[in-house]
Design a protein around this ligand. Sequence first.
Ligand code: HEM
Ligand code: HEM
Length: 183
Amino acid sequence: MFRNSSQGYGWVSVGLHWLMAILFVGQIGLGYATQAVTDPALQFDLYQWHKSTGFLLLALALLRLTWRLSERQPDDAPSSRSLQRSAKLVHLGLFVALFAVPLTGWAVASTSVLDIPSYVFNLVVIPPLPLTPSDAAEAFWSTLHATLAYGAAALIASHAGAALWHQFIRRDGLLRRMWFRSA
Ligand code: HEM
Ligand code: HEM
């Protein structure tokens, strides 16, 4: 039940997948909102929430990677060889994004000359990465962070689209492999 089988993902993988999917998509919206609002007090609060959720996602990504490396993977989904290969590539891209997006966000906060501490839900302060703060460095990491985040959004759209195509056009029950099953 908790572990993966040849037929599908177990509860740990499924729980992590959907928790992180909700948080990650919400985090893209929150990141966008930090740039769209004009009220400085609201913008500051949104930044703090964005940083907190970002560090939570990074910790969950470490847990998920450890679990994934120690678990068997289900058999390939019923599809052609080329679709199976592109699904694997997209999954790999999403996994890379789960680390690269929060890490580059951390780099933005670490290179800011404003030197604002990164609180995680007002509980702990995360120290900056060992990078030299400057406007140029912050602009570089900021562009990379935004590009990776919106690139991940495009990957997510194609990933979710493919899952819905399997479910409603091919009707092969692929979504069941990534849902809570009793056996
Ligand atoms: C938003 C709607 C989403 C749907 C409908 C969806 C659906 C699925 C399904 C059905 C699978 C299993 C595929 C198979 O059996 O081969 C899967 C796997 C996967 N999904 Fe999603 N997903 C969504 C969002 C996301 C998001 C936001 C991410 C990451 C940012 C993500 C990352 C992954 C990864 C890495 C896998 C491979 C399995 C693993 O290593 O955990 N998914 N998804
Ligand atoms: C999975 C986690 C994350 C996602 C999906 C994400 C996504 C985003 C997005 C979409 C933006 C708006 C970019 C723009 O339109 O210019 C943004 C901005 C920002 N993020 Fe994140 N972020 C994540 C994690 C983090 C973390 C951990 C930090 C810091 C510790 C952070 C710090 C920032 C900062 C300072 C900005 C504003 C500067 C900029 O434009 O890049 N982010 N983020």
